[in-house]
Design a protein around this ligand. Structure first.
Ligand SMILES: [Zn+2]
Length: 154
């Protein structure tokens, strides 16, 4: 079995599930704030949000909630596997509603993530994990910028 086989995961199909079902299926009490956040998060497939961007959406939607409420909810959702935290080093924490294994382009100048299919990345060599560790996942982050950005800056 290759590393790729072992890290493929199934995506729960949440297209049709109302926000309240998503929360109660995950064992979370559907509070008003959680419901509002779940509606924003799971209304469409494959979203990348940060605490700040989701808070902005929440405010625009007119729903109540504070920045710390959004932070705590995203952290909780991530702990129980409703969203996946995307490691982007030295930048904002991003949370992904698309749970199947995939990679990302990171547009550095726009602070934006774009999905890359897992099949589109082939790893030629992967080091063995350190003694006493097992490999959980390989997340590839390809940093990109618009090709004309360098010309404009220079
Ligand atoms: Zn993604």
């Amino acid at each position: 079995m290759s590393v790729n086989d072992s890290i493929k995961t199934e995506t729960p199909d949440m297209d049709a599930a109302p926000a309240s079902d998503i929360l109660s299926n995950a064992g979370l009490r559907p509070t008003r704030q959680r419901l509002a956040l779940a509606k924003l998060l799971f209304g469409e497939r494959g979203r990348h949000v940060s605490v700040d961007s989701l808070y902005d959406e929440l405010v625009r939607s007119g729903a109540p909630g504070s920045l710390s409420c959004v932070y705590n909810s995203l952290r909780r959702f991530s702990e129980i596997g409703l969203v996946r935290r995307v490691p982007v080093y030295g930048s904002t924490a991003y949370f992904d509603t698309r749970l199947n294994h995939h990679h990302h382009f990171y547009a550095v100048d726009e602070d934006r993530l774009i999905d890359v299919s897992a099949d589109a990345v082939a790893l030629a060599a992967v080091p063995s994990p350190p003694q006493g560790y097992e490999l959980v996942s390989i997340d590839v982050l390809l940093r990109v910028r618009r090709a004309d950005a360098g010309a404009a800056a220079g």
